[in-house]
Design a protein around this ligand. Structure first.
Ligand code: BGC
Length: 763
């Protein structure tokens, strides 16, 4: 058995040695220049000015009307500017009102605030504008929206995540915004939790790979520095696994699980240069994310060496009082959070936090050195974002909202579609088919986009882009209006009128039922059960009485229980939340213009009471007859079909014993054995046969997406090292133990080829 350095020890040592690492967007020289500037700015600031930098308010706190005023315009209020920017020197402003401003409005608003800050308030430090651009810069009217993160993850194509990062940063900059509260690097293991779709799914490696690709694209865009912008990874840590399935609740996660499954994406994000982090609004093991000094200061800042600012989530200081009950009042909460390591508070309604922190420092309850550390981190972010540089005169950002960017979103939507069932080759549709289309997601752009689309909840129709196609419209374009009939649902019952249902179901050769969820995020996205609602279940069941050629298309942000629907559907497609090009992408999958090749980034439970991740223990698989057949999800992690067929053969491993820190070369031959070209994702897993802590059934080590013509084959090469054989022991250390391991490779979980090898720590 060997003990090795944890990955974060290595990072920390490295950072310490060179005092500023070379990863991420900044070279060493540039970094030390930035550090000098930070010192000189910090030395010039009063305590009040420093605390102002730590304060983040919502845009509407500076505008006329109430914070939540529901209007289609925003007008700055000079009195509020005078107080918040002038007096309190608030250093950052985030998000917007209830509507999506145009690019021009964003530019006017942010420039006016910046102008007030530097001229009237005489503040040398530019204001930083933050925004939730979680699938494109969607809060700017006319911008490009991408599939949500979960859909992107189903593409298993990191290049698409990188493109989404680049385009998002480009369009944020076009809107004069410089800081994105994305990506979401939470591991989603609880499908009741409504923000499941905002993640890259259940797997630490897939999340890390997609997340770092997004971060690199966003922060180091090939379009150039003025088109890049800092990200904010969220929500550190354990947010995606609440014990009761509700948003912002308590998670019970033992330390070895937190380190093994939840930490790696954040660790990878730091290595990729991510410039800020947002905290978990809930709690882990009873300790609220905003009060957990061990995790924020101990793990994130000291062990991982994270040098950017740690920001709160929305109003989370006051939640330490009224929700988590670990503080007696807001001032006590501010003390707890700042001492735990919080650097910036998303207040966001007023500057109460600044008053409290000022008193706390004057009373000696918070040392000024803690404030200096926080402000250093914030200044670092602002300098790295280029805020102090001369603003470029009207860069034209000609690609904003362009057809070129829309094509990227379309391509991402196509690649994220997962074909889950295709009995009797019901798909693709034929141009002669008479197609009946129904379901609440069939004729709705909102169902494609989900929440965080122009508005927070994403359900307002009036902000939809008129030139985008719903699934119905795209199908009519593709197959002709005469061949596509739309069956309307009644508002009251959620079902069609019975006679209509019977008549059109009998008319159709094939029926496409588009099932969806309500558009929501955060608390409103909480659900009580995983079963799909009764009306939608009934719709499928009633149609199946008259037509057996059903294709169910799932526009949902998490796995829902579709056991009964599956039984009566010959075709099933998981489209997740594919974004505004999703209608077109789906029509092209239906017609086989695009051959689907997505794979599930999560395990799909068959029953509400069974929640699985693929990385569970063998004991979890014992069935009621004491056999090992208890793991029967509806569909497994990594599953997805195609209109063609593939084989993956684990050809060879270089040697049958891996010794010490050596590496092992692995070759997998993947062949398109069908008759059309298509994508396959070759997945490589490891299974530790015996370990001192019950090993996971398997662990994803690497993957590669390939595109092969009919009959074509390709050799895929992987290298694994002993680091990848490690697990976290009971003391929290990463270790690899001598013994037998199995490598599994293939494009689908039920169809893996395997080879065993032995690992020996030393010669
Ligand atoms: C959400 C965050 C988001 C923040 C700012 C919070 O309520 O949890 O994900 O970044 O609001 O809008």
């Amino acid at each position: 058995m060997i003990r090795t350095l944890k990955p974060y020890h290595i990072i920390f040592t490295f950072l310490f040695l060179i005092s500023g690492c070379n990863n991420g967007p900044f070279a060493i020289k540039e970094r030390s220049e930035i550090e000098r500037k930070i010192d000189s700015i910090l030395n010039s600031l009063t305590l009040e000015e420093k605390i102002g930098q730590m304060t983040n308010i919502g845009m509407t706190a500076l505008c006329k009307g109430d914070f939540w005023t529901n209007t289609d315009s925003l007008e700055l209020d000079t009195a509020k500017l005078r107080t918040l920017i002038g007096k309190y020197k608030v250093g950052s402003v985030q998000n917007k009102g209830m509507y999506p401003p145009s690019r021009e409005e964003w530019n006017n608003l942010t420039r006016a605030i910046q102008h007030y800050n530097t001229n009237d308030a005489k503040n040398k430090i530019p204001v930083l504008f933050g925004i939730d651009a979680v699938h494109g810069a969607h809060y700017t009217a006319g911008s490009t929206m991408f599939p949500h993160q979960l859909a992107l993850a189903a593409s298993w194509n990191t290049e698409l995540a990188k493109q989404a990062g680049e385009v998002t940063a480009y369009e944020l900059r076009a809107s004069n915004l410089a800081w994105n509260y994305a990506p979401c690097l939470d591991i989603a293991s609880e499908p009741l939790w409504g923000r499941f779709y905002e993640t890259f799914g259940e797997d630490p490696l897939l999340t890390s790979e997609m997340g770092t690709a997004f971060i690199r694209g966003h922060q180091e865009s090939h379009y150039g520095k003025e088109y890049s912008a800092p990200v904010c990874m969220k929500h550190f840590i354990g947010y995606g696994s609440p014990q009761n399935g509700k948003d912002r609740a308590n998670a019970i996660i033992p330390m070895n699980y937190l380190l093994a499954y939840h930490l790696p994406p954040f660790e990878a994000g730091i290595q990729a240069g991510a410039q800020s982090v947002m905290l978990n609004s809930g709690a882990v093991n009873g300790i609220p994310g905003h009060a957990n000094k061990n995790l924020i200061t101990g793990l994130l800042k000291e062990k991982l060496g994270f040098r950017g600012p740690v920001i709160s989530d929305w109003a989370d200081i006051e939640k330490l009082v009224g929700v988590h009950r670990v503080a007696k009042d807001k001032k006590d909460a501010a003390r707890i959070a700042v001492l735990a390591g919080l650097d910036m508070c998303m207040v966001p309604y007023d500057a109460g936090f600044a008053d409290d922190v000022l008193d706390l420092v004057k009373e000696g309850q918070i040392p000024e050195s803690r404030i200096d550390d926080a402000v250093r981190r914030i200044l670092r972010l602002k300098l790295e974002a280029g805020l102090f540089e001369q603003e470029k005169k009207d860069p034209d950002y000609k690609d904003f909202g362009s057809a070129r960017f829309a094509e990227m979103s379309y391509n991402a939507a196509c690649q994220s579609i997962v074909l889950l069932k295709n009995e009797e080759q019901i798909l693709p549709l034929s141009y002669n088919d008479k197609i009946l289309v129904c379901g609440k997601a069939a004729n709705s752009l909102n169902a494609l986009n989900g929440a965080w689309s122009r508005t927070w909840g994403g359900s307002e129709k009036k902000y939809n882009d008129e030139n985008k196609l719903t699934i119905l419209e795209a199908l009519q374009n593709e197959f002709g209006e005469a061949n596509v009939h739309y069956l309307e649902l009644s508002q009251e019952t959620g079902l069609p009128r019975p006679l209509e249902l019977e008549k059109w179901s009998k008319w159709a050769d094939k029926v496409l039922i588009c099932l969806g969820e309500k558009q929501a995020t955060e608390k409103p996205s909480d659900i009580h059960e995983l079963a799909i609602d009764e009306a939608q279940n009934k719709l499928v069941e009633k149609i199946s009485r008259f037509n057996r050629n059903i294709i169910s298309v799932l526009l949902i942000g998490r796995p829902r229980i579709v056991r009964d629907i599956e039984k009566v559907s010959k075709g099933i497609i998981m489209a997740c939340l594919p974004g505004p090009e999703g209608g077109r992408a789906l029509a092209d999958v239906m017609s086989a213009r695009f051959n689907p090749g997505g794979k599930l980034p999560f395990t799909w439970p068959g029953y509400s009471g069974e929640k699985w991740t693929y990385y569970h223990k063998q004991a979890d698989e014992v069935d009621e007859n004491f056999g090992m057949n208890g793991f029967n999800p509806q569909w497994e992690f990594g599953y997805g079909l195609s209109y063609t067929s593939f084989t993956s053969e684990l050809l060879s491993i270089e040697k049958d014993t891996l010794i010490g820190n050596d590496s092992l070369n692995i070759r997998v031959k993947v062949t398109n054995t069908g008759s059309v070209s298509g994508h396959e994702v070759v997945q490589l897993y490891i299974s530790d046969r015996v370990a001192s802590i019950s090993p996971d059934m398997k662990k994803l080590l690497a993957f590669k997406k390939v595109f092969l013509k009919a009959g074509e084959e390709q050799m895929v090469h992987f290298v694994i090292t002993s680091n990848q054989l490690q697990f976290i022991d009971s003391k929290g250390d990463w270790i690899a133990e001598d013994g037998d391991f199995q490598i599994l490779a293939g494009g689908n979980p039920k169809d893996m080829s395997s080879i065993n090898f032995y690992y020996k720590n030393s010669k």
